[in-house]
Structure formats: C-alpha cells, structure tokens
Design a protein around this ligand. Sequence first.
Ligand code: HSE
Length: 299
Amino acid sequence: KSIKVFAPASVSNVGPGFDMMGFALHTPGDEVTVKLTDRKEIRIVKISGDNGYLPYEIEKNTTTGAMLSLLKKYRINAGMDVFIHKKMGIGSGLGSSAASAVAGVFALNELLELRLSRYELLEHALKGEFIASRSIHADNVAPCLYGGFVLIRSYNPIDIIKIDYPDDLYCSIVYPNIEIKTSEARKLISKNVSMKKAIAQAGNASALIAGLITADYDLIGRSIVDYFAEPKRAALIPCYDDVRNAALEKGAINCNITGSGPSMFAFSRTESDARSIARAMLKAVKSAGFDGKTYVSKI
Ligand code: HSE
C-alpha cells in the first residue's frame, strides 16, 4: 500500500502578518510518496530535486521528523519507505520545509487511516518545520495544511482561523537565486518593538483581513506594509527595491517579501496581469545581476 501526496508552497507574513498570516499557492509544491513495508522502520529511499542538500537521517529530515513525532504520540509501529521530490527551492521563502513536513504527516494520516483532524496533524508538521528553521512558526505549515488564507490568532494554544478572500486574487512570485536561511533571517528581527510600531502593525494586519473579506483591493494594497521584519530583511535581497518598483509599475496591488525571503510576491486581479508582473519582477532580478524563477498562482 502506498500514497503520493502533493503539498503546496505558501506565502507567509503577507506584509503585516509576521508569524501570523500565510496563504497556500497552487504551484509550486513538493511531492512525497510513502509506502508501507514490513521492515518496521522508516527509511528515506530517495530525495530528488534538492541538489543533495537534504539529509537522509530520519530525525534530521523535516518530512520524516514530522512523521516520527506523529508515530510516537500515537504509539504506532510501522515500516515505511519514503520518497521526497522537492519542486521548490530550499531557503526560498516559499515554505519549502513546511511543505515537506505537511506532506509527511498528511500521507501518514491517509495511509494508516488514522482519521486525525488537520488540527491534530498541525502539531507534528510544526515539529518537522522546527527541524529546519529552529523556531515554531505556523504561517507556512498552517496554510499548507488547511489551504487558502490562514490567520494564526494565537500560538498558545494554537488557534487557526481561515480567512475568506476574493475569487480574483492572483499572486506573482519571483524567486531570486539568493539563499536566505530562515534561522539567520530571524536573528535580524528585534525581540522588542515600540508601542508605536505595534499599533501600526496591528492596524495594517487587521485592515488586510478586512480588505480580504470585503474584496477591497485598495485596502489590501495599502495594508501590505511591514514594520517588523521587512525593514531589516530587505537588505538581504539586493534587488528588493527594483523588484518592488517593477511590480508596482505594472499595476500590482502591492508587493512584499514572502516569509524570510528572498522570494517576493505581488498581488493582482487577473492571470494575465499576474504573468506580466512576474515577468517584470524577473527582469528586475536579472538586471540586478541575479538569476531567478517565477511562479504565478491564483490564491
Ligand atoms: N514568519 C516566518 C519568518 C516565516 O518570517 O521568519 C519563515 O518562512
């Protein structure tokens, strides 16, 4: 018996929602295949698409690390062969490690017919994500697992809220060929913020949700502002200003960093706009001397 699972990339932070907002994309995503065996051990048979970057040790790999956490909690002893096919860059800011972790626990749940809820799976996917990023943040894992646009209202206890969004919202992504480790990019962010910044951030975050629910594109656009992470992290992306200006010139609703970068996302309302924005973003990346890739997805 075996199962093949697709887990999507995700955009996290979405401007003002540092560690508390994210949405899933339709593409790219990771593919994980899990086969039941009678060996009573978990084995990673093959990892592809990772340029040899990911570990085969099951405790150190986000997919199997998440699976082990689930198996331990429910005291399940089963043998499995795992095949991981990465279809997005590692360290891209698109929730690559989260997707791998989610794929692992989702596959287990289906394969062993455990009937666990997404909420019950979340805890284990987060443990997998922790292996890669050394921090507990759910803004990639939760959208990847739940789909759509997700708000994490609280971490203790974890409270996931699905947010409605307009039907015609497209996302253009550019992934410049620069590696940024989430664990390093998190160290740049100050542990304390002023009351003034906290108020401004909360205002934008709340308004972004209001804009999404009421399909107020102008409000969505002016709410995608981040006072916590972006001011520090923009410096890690040498083509940041060029990409942002290129997207805005092409009429994007707004443009910001996805997760800890280096990928950047922009919103627009039609697929053809999203494609032309993505092309302009890539041109800006190339003019700055980097190589890059683009993705376009409805959210
Ligand atoms: N919210 C996290 C961060 C996402 O910005 O560090 C990392 O992918």
